[in-house]
Design a protein around this ligand. Structure first.
Ligand code: MG
Length: 331
């Protein structure tokens, strides 16, 4: 078998490759390790939960409506730390750059990274740079890793019957922004990536009430993430279609492109499972944050093993985990 693009697309097909790539005997440092396939690892050291994660970023184009590869490199790592309950402390940055890449563009990328770091109080403390000959890669690849500290560790597998499902805003913005840009569709400022660092929002939510489970719906979108949360938690989830926030412009671009906005990446969104009696307080806390103004309760957790969408016209259908994100090189 040879690696193909779907092996990197964040869906069911990628799972086949991960089965190979996570076949380490030494993959857990005493806390949560590679075996959990969670957003990050947790390493307990003398009573402190150190959260650790890494991501590589290959988004095309490098600059897109609402963001750029620099912002996504910081936010991708900060958000994976935040999903584990980790306050982001320090990041590393490995850049692999193609000969001919403009230094002015690098300056713009670094400024953008620095701005995102400033938003969440993290620092870029170490890095590495390699330059490859022209044609050896397409422009630039950025790897970031990050460490954080979690007072309360939150996993993606902690959903309990009776929990309510929250999202902090509109779904599908990032993937559709990238796809519309590549297709040459012009929506002006209407469709922009949601790429944003979520720690401050998550910190506010953690202070407002108990959170049983969190995950960021990146590659494979909401459909992939919600199915993973249900499967790992051993529960069913019922989603109410009318309550799921999707921008009108995103909905119409998605239908023009023939793509389900729930199957494409978000870069500034979190799915939370919270106890029913904590949901309103947590929702209110999230809505005070600029990245949570469109937050909504969209579903509930039940016994079973499916993710079900109750449609606006009173029907029901499964939300299936996608085979992969339909958009390659989205982050
Ligand atoms: Mg994640």
């Amino acid at each position: 078998m040879k690696v193909n693009l779907m092996h990197g697309a964040g869906g069911e097909v990628m799972g086949e490759l991960l089965a190979v790539l996570t076949r380490f005997e030494h993959r857990n440092a005493g806390g949560i390790g590679l075996e959990a396939l969670d957003d990050g690892a947790v390493i307990p050291v003398r009573g402190t939960n150190i959260v650790f994660t890494t991501d590589s970023h290959v988004v095309r184009p490098v600059f897109f409506p609402g963001g750029d590869i620099g912002r996504i490199s910081v936010c991708g790592t900060v958000n994976d730390l935040a999903m584990m309950g980790g306050r982001p402390i320090a990041l590393s940055c490995g850049m692999i750059i193609e000969e001919g890449f403009l230094v002015e563009d690098l300056e713009r990328i670094v400024r953008s990274m620095d701005h995102a770091l400033g938003e969440c109080g993290a620092s870029m403390v170490t890095g590495d740079t390699k330059v490859l000959e022209r044609g050896a890669l397409d422009g630039i690849v950025i790897n970031t890793a990050g460490i954080g500290i979690a007072d309360t560790v939150v996993r993606d597998s902690g959903l309990q019957e009776g929990d309510l499902i929250l999202v902090n805003g509109t779904l599908g913005d990032h993937g559709i922004a990238i796809m519309a840009e590549r297709a040459g569709l012009k929506f002006g400022e209407q469709i922009r990536s949601d790429v944003a660092p979520l720690w401050n929002l998550v910190e506010g939510a953690l202070a407002a009430g108990t959170i049983h489970a969190m995950k960021d719906p990146t590659r494979g979108g909401f459909a992939s993430a919600i199915n993973e949360m249900a499967r790992k938690s051993g529960v069913s989830i019922r989603i109410t279609e009318e309550s799921v926030p999707v921008r009108k412009s995103v909905r119409s671009a998605a239908s023009m492109l023939g793509i389900d906005p729930l199957q494409v990446a978000n870069e500034g969104k979190v799915i939370m499972g919270v106890p029913g009696d904590a949901a309103e307080d947590i929702l209110a806390a999230i809505r005070t944050h600029p990245y949570g103004r469109d937050a909504a309760i969209i579903g509930r957790v039940e016994p079973g093993a499916h993710v079900i969408m109750e449609t606006a016209i009173g029907g029901e259908r499964f939300i299936e985990p996608p085979v992969g994100d339909p958009v390659p090189r989205v982050c």
